[in-house]
Write a protein that binds this ligand. Structure first.
Ligand code: B12
Ligand code: SF4
Length: 390
């Protein structure tokens, strides 16, 4: 039996794996679930080797379908847990071993360093769904709501991992960590006191809520070592932010930037490593003008402590804007290649040559107009690399 979690960007490799598995094991059963099964089930049903496609959450169906697959329709809707408190702790030793050439620095069953914090790295989730409705993402329209994992459970798991394998830093891979102030206040109170060490961590927020709750944000950065702050800034232009239904404005973005710039300076004065932005930026959004894109690069240059993470906009199924562009025949993402790489060309009619030139620094004069000296000195050319690395 082969069970697979297939997301849109793993569709081609998932299809290939199903074909090979059935060829080698003709009597096997293949059951798939995951985001692509949820948002584009037809593309999975058309693969004859796949026996069952499960849409939505799987916690409360997986055991039954594995034991008695024949009792389920080919397309079945899954059932989720009510709360992440019901999720068992992951047994990380069930993960495949890294290749022997990678083993030395891997820290298996923990993860290697990826540039955000020291190894061994522990990736965890504390919440499941982001409640906003950005037109390029919009996950709360297809992931049912689920209670957050209690703070104590998160800390207990980290302490357990630390005792058993050692922990150097944490990646909290929630779509939206900076939500639910009550939970965050409890985290501020308990994490510094109860964790074996106040490990630095990567986690995501939004600029509008940083502006709404600046004290909460400051306390998280200062007291809990929220060291890499991932923000979906996406664009420096209100026109584009509205088109994306981001519900954040240029002003919100600059508020968050000013606050973290000031916190970074304060940390440096105290001899501490400053917190960094992991700044998610989209270029090549349909309808974006050159001036919109210049504003985005200007915004990026105003961040003093930043890892830029730049991608060309990708019309994924499951998002409102993605569905619209797919329906209009403008998506370049095909079943053969769901374009998972940030620098792939993804939408018809977008002038990617302009963006490549922009990132290579060929429009620096236009971008730098209106920036102060410090910001203007930041070369756009460095962003070419950011597109590749993201
Ligand atoms: C963490 C994360 C990442 C991390 C992964 C880190 C890691 N070490 O695994 C990183 C940052 C690397 C990442 C990157 C990307 N990600 Co991502 N990521 C997520 C996130 C936030 C959580 C995923 C997760 O682990 N969830 C927990 C698991 C348990 O949930 P699940 O996979 O949905 O599985 C449940 C059900 O689907 C079902 N199920 C799943 N499989 C199966 C199988 C069977 C048999 C059954 C019965 C049920 C079942 O049951 C599970 C429990 O309910 C999701 C958003 C989200 N909230 O889910 C986005 C998400 C999956 N990512 C997404 C995207 C687009 C990307 C990128 C392509 C972004 C980009 N343009 O670069 C890259 C690609 C990375 C790559 N490998 O190529 C999209 C996928 C959209 C789609 N249509 O598939 C999502 C949904 C975000 C969004 N809202 O747009 N991502
Ligand atoms: S882009 Fe970020 S804020 Fe918007 S819905 Fe997705 S996770 Fe939430």
């Amino acid at each position: 039996m082969l069970l697979m979690n297939i997301r849109s960007y793993t569709y081609p490799v998932g299809r290939k794996a199903a074909q090979i598995f059935k060829e080698v094991n003709p009597d096997s059963t293949i059951i798939v679930g995951g985001m692509h099964a949820t948002v584009a089930p037809d593309e999975l049903l058309e693969i004859p080797e796949i026996d069952h496609v499960v849409q939505g959450a799987g916690e409360e169906i997986i055991l039954d379908i594995v034991q008695n697959p024949e009792k389920f329709e080919r397309l079945t809707v899954g059932v989720g847990a009510k709360s992440m408190a019901d999720w068992p702790q992951i047994d990380r030793t069930l993960w495949p071993q890294p290749h022997r050439r990678l083993r030395k620095n891997f820290h298996y069953p923990m993860e290697p360093e990826c540039g955000w914090g020291p190894a061994p790295v522990a990736t965890i989730l504390t919440s499941r769904v982001c409640p906003w409705q950005c037109a390029f993402c919009n996950e709360n329209s297809y992931i049912p709501n689920m209670g957050r994992r209690p703070v104590e459970m998160v800390i207990d798991e980290l302490n357990f991992l630390d005792r058993k394998y050692g922990v150097g830093s944490i990646v909290i891979h929630d779509s939206m960590f900076f939500q639910n102030p009550k939970w965050l206040e409890e985290w501020i109170e308990k994490y510094p006191r109860k964790a074996n060490k106040v490990w630095p961590y990567w986690a995501a927020g939004r600029s509008d809520t940083i502006r709404q709750w600046p004290d909460l944000f400051t306390a998280l950065v200062k007291e809990t070592n929220w060291d890499t702050v991932s923000i979906g800034f996406e664009s420096g232009s209100d026109r584009m932010l509205r088109l994306l239904n981001k519900e954040c404005t240029e002003e919100d973005n600059y508020f968050a930037i000013d606050l973290l710039n000031r916190l970074g300076e304060e940390f440096e004065r105290e001899g501490r490593k400053p917190p960094m932005f992991w700044a998610n930026i989209m270029l090549g959004i349909p309808g974006e003008t050159h001036e919109d894109a210049f504003k985005t690069i200007r915004m990026l240059k105003s961040m003093k402590y930043v890892y830029p993470s730049i991608s060309y906009y990708a019309p994924y199924p499951g998002s409102a804007l993605g569905y619209q562009l797919i329906a209009e025949g403008k998506s370049l993402m095909s079943k053969e290649n769901y374009h998972r790489f940030p620098g792939d060309e993804k939408v018809k009619g977008v002038d990617y040559a302009f963006y490549r030139d922009l990132l290579a620094g060929k429009y620096d004069a236009e971008v730098n107009a209106g920036l102060d000296d410090y910001q203007a000195q930041q070369k756009s050319g460095i962003f070419e690399e950011a597109l590749i690395k993201a």
